[in-house]
Design a protein around this ligand. Structure first.
Ligand SMILES: C[S@@+](CC[C@H](N)C(=O)[O-])C[C@H]1O[C@@H](n2cnc3c(N)ncnc32)[C@H](O)[C@@H]1O
Length: 266
């Protein structure tokens, strides 16, 4: 399967900001508590985007780990490098396409992570095989992504607004199934952890900002619902109408993110 996917940086940063403002739980704390990165470790973050996880680990170990972030979006890598300079962090941000052989020696890393990214890989055996190869014996892989019950309310509102079935999302449909089983097959030990975050929107506008930033992310996946700018705006208008109706009925809009974390050991 070939999934052509590029994240516009403004959409990614908008979604991160919305989670910080309206979420009930902090995925960064969950990630750090689960993984407990330590000074002296070598860490590779695959599909690092603007470097969220790299900076998180770097702060946690107070700069004591050797961290590499890889992504195929030069735009996002540039954002990460700017922050690297600004904060005086010493993270190595470099081009990496997870559909190609990783440019690292066998057994180079203690920890390989990928947040909301690697599940877009075209050939799961190949990509997770590469993650396995570059890990040291006993090294750990951590992959986070949406579980099937993720943000049900978001999909229900879109369904009500369009009267159409939601197109399959490769993230949530593959995560618990193909992705877990591929990792489980390649690694010695695999566990699935779960994280829940209730996003409570005190008004409709930030929810619509989230919808725009999400439909942007998965633009190619939503082609059955809109074609071109005018249809996109008409769709957003309909979603806004339904969201307002739900908001007037319930006094708030609550969307629950249900995230899985696959933690595997080589
Ligand atoms: C939803 S973003 C997550 C970014 C980051 N991990 C975070 O948590 O903020 C998905 C990322 O996967 C990257 N990506 C998608 N396909 C890729 C590929 N083939 N190789 C490397 N990165 C890829 C995108 O550029 C984007 O940065």
């Amino acid at each position: 399967m070939k999934i052509d996917y590029q994240e516009p940086s403004k959409d990614l940063l908008m979604r991160i900001d919305i989670h910080e403002k309206y979420g009930s739980a902090n995925i960064d704390m969950w990630t750090n508590e689960l993984l407990q990165p330590k000074a002296g470790m070598t860490i590779l973050d695959v599909g690092c985007g603007a470097g969220k996880l790299c900076f998180l680990f770097n702060d946690y170990v107070k700069g004591g780990a050797k961290i590499t972030g890889g992504d195929f979006s030069e735009e996002l890598l540039e954002k990460a490098r700017e922050k690297n300079k600004k904060t005086g962090a010493n993270i190595d941000f470099q081009f990496l396409d997870f559909n190609e052989k990783f440019k690292f020696e066998d057994g180079s890393f203690d920890l390989c992570t990928s947040a909301f990214a690697i599940y877009y890989a075209s050939d799961l055996d190949f990509t997770f095989g590469e993650a396995h190869r570059v890990l040291k014996p006993g090294g750990r892989l951590f992959v986070s992504g949406p579980l099937p019950e993720n943000k049900q309310m978001f999909y229900d509102i879109i369904k009500e607004a369009t009267n159409k079935p939601i197109p399959p999302m490769p993230g949530s449909s593959r995560f618990k199934g193909d992705i877990f089983s591929t990792i489980d097959r390649i690694f010695a030990k695999t566990e699935l952890h779960k994280f829940e975050n209730h996003l409570t929107f005190p008004e409709v506008a930030p929810f619509i900002d989230y919808v725009r930033a999400s439909l942007g992310e998965d633009r190619r996946l939503w082609t059955s619902m809109f074609n071109g700018k005018d249809e996109y705006e008409a769709l957003i208008g309909k979603i806004e109408e339904v969201a307002k109706k739900w908001f007037d009925r319930d006094g708030k809009l609550v969307m629950t993110k249900v995230i899985g974390g696959i933690l595997a050991t080589k």
